[in-house]
Every structure is written in structure tokens, then in C-alpha cells.
Design a protein around this ligand. Sequence first.
Ligand SMILES: NC(=O)c1ccc[n+]([C@@H]2O[C@H](COP(=O)([O-])OP(=O)(O)OC[C@H]3O[C@@H](n4cnc5c(N)ncnc54)[C@H](OP(=O)(O)O)[C@@H]3O)[C@@H](O)[C@H]2O)c1
Length: 323
Amino acid sequence: MRALICDSYDGLDALRVGEMPDPTPLPGTALVAVKAAAVNFQDLLVVAGQYQIRPELPFVPGNEFAGVVESANGLGGVEPGDRVVGFVGTGAMAERATAFPGAIIRLPDHIAFDVGAVIPVAYGTSYHALVDRADLRADETLLVLGAAGGVGLAAVQIGKALGAKVVAAVSSEEKAGVVRDAGADEVIRYDQMPLRDGIAAATSGAGVDVVYDPVGGSATELALRSTNWNGRLLVVGFTSGDIPQISLNLTLVKGNSVVGVFWGRFNIEEPARSAENNRIVMDWVADGTLRPLVQKTFPLDEAVQALRWVADRKVVGRVVLTP
Ligand SMILES: NC(=O)c1ccc[n+]([C@@H]2O[C@H](COP(=O)([O-])OP(=O)(O)OC[C@H]3O[C@@H](n4cnc5c(N)ncnc54)[C@H](OP(=O)(O)O)[C@@H]3O)[C@@H](O)[C@H]2O)c1
């Protein structure tokens, strides 16, 4: 099969498109013909050897896909011909992929494959973060950093679906338009004004209750300082490249919490809750409550350009490969 191949942990320049053997599905593991695979920021970390899991070389990158089941191999709930989405960690950026039980979800007929491919990670992570980890309530204010990116835009939409006031922080006018379209109540251009001033203006000085932070760096402490009593800072990722060190007195004086989010491990530790979350997310996409945004699709041959698009901070929503 044709696939994007990572032969060494040297980042994007070392990737190539070529032939790999078809994956051999284990019993109870579906084999899927991939129609679309989303590009995640995490893929950049994985191919550079900077992610917490380093797959054995050579490997096929790609964390999530949409496609058609070729063989179910004893996996209950799906049959050959079924439309599905799957999340796999690696292996999605190829003509075929395998997915374990619990990591495969039926895709309703009216949702296109490219849209389906961007659902599992972004919406699964943001739903888990806001509902399970933060217990976000309808009378609260949510601040989303990196709000026009994959997980950020999902957090904006889910925050609105949960009834919260959503303040979205972004770095360009194009991204501001995207988060407004997604329902953000207030937008902060944190490339143009100090983040704390933006938060104060967006909340009339009231501060925020929950911070969704996929960015890290200096923004994290500034956001934490703007939380209210009982605030929660959701630690989602560090796209800025900087893992911040924070003085714990900030949590004492504000009575707030720093809350880690690790969706991949959540799926393993709490499979029943994960399946229920996935069902709710897919229902909300199917009925239009959530509207995943596919900015651009690239053929598999242009996979490196697609990953570079993400690395260059150009992505809004997600970009997708179509093998
Ligand atoms: N904890 C979990 O379970 C979990 C699950 C999924 C993803 N993640 C993590 O969440 C983070 C975001 O993932 P994603 O796929 O949504 O990424 P993405 O689509 O690339 O979005 C990331 C956002 O980060 C902001 N950003 C700030 N500095 C940046 C920089 N130097 N380079 C690139 N972007 C920068 C950008 O927004 P602005 O330009 O507006 O600032 C961008 O929109 C990643 O670290 C990923 O590993 C964590």
C-alpha cells in the first residue's frame, strides 16, 4: 500500500511517500480502507521523536482516519462496507489502517469522510477536557487559547454547546473570523494586546472560570492569573514549544486547580466513559450542534506539505490527507 513513511526521527524533511506492507490486523481488529486522514500537531512531535511514545522505525504517521471497513476480523459492531472513523496513534496516513475495539466509531452516512477524519481526536479531547476534567457549567466563562486550531476550535464549539460564555484567544484576523463563526462570544487577538488585558476587557474585569490551554509558554501563567475562585486550568498541550513552570502559590491564593488532560490514556483507563463520550460527540456532529472545519485537503503525495502547513501555524480547524 502507499503510505507516508517515517524512517528516522529527523522531522518533516526525512519523511517520504512510498510502499509499505499492508497492516496485518490482529483478531478483533478491523482493517479499514482509509479515505481521509487528519493532520494533528501531535504528528509533528511523533516524527521528530519528541512525543512521549516513540514508535519503532520505520512507521506510518497519522493519528486518526475515516474510511470503509474491509474486514472486521471478529470485531463486534462493524461489518465490511461500514463507514467508520478510527483513532490509532500512528498508521492513519496510508491506504489501509487497522483499529482496535473502542478506537473505531460508526460514521453516519451524511457526514463526509474528510469531516469524519477530524472528529475523534479534537472533539474527543475537548469533550473529555471540558466535561470530565473541568465539569464546565452553563453559567461559567471558558477561555480557549489557540482557539482556531484543531482541539481549540472543538473546545469553542463544545463550550458553546454546554452553554458557557466562550472567550477565544487567537493570533490573526483570519483566525478571529473562524472562532467568531464557531460561536465565540468574545475574541482576544493575543498577538496584538497583552493576554491579561484582553481577558479583562472580554469579561468586564470578571475573569474566567476555566482555561483550555493547548499552547503553554507564557500564556499559561497569564491565563491562570486571570481565573476566578475555583478556576480550572486544563493542561492540554504545548504548541508554543515551551512547557511552563508555575509557582504553586498561584493556586493557593485563588483556590484554583491545574488539571491535566490526556485523552489517549483516558480511552484506555476508562473505556466505557470514552465510548459514551464518542457517541455524544458523533450525535452532536450528526445533528449539526458541532461543525468540524476542514480547511484544506491534500493528496497523500503532498503529505509533507500538509504537515508543514500545521508546523507553519497556518491551520484553522484541521487539514486532511486523502490517500
Ligand atoms: N492532552 C491531550 O490529550 C491532547 C490531545 C490532542 C492534542 N493535544 C495537544 O494539543 C495541542 C494542539 O493540537 P492541535 O492538533 O489542535 O494543534 P493545531 O491545530 O496546530 O493548533 C495549535 C494552535 O496553537 C497555537 N500556537 C501557538 N504557538 C504556536 C506555535 N509556535 N506553533 C504552532 N501553533 C502555535 C496556534 O494558534 P494561534 O496562532 O492562534 O496562537 C494553533 O492554532 C498539541 O500540543 C497537541 O499535542 C493534546
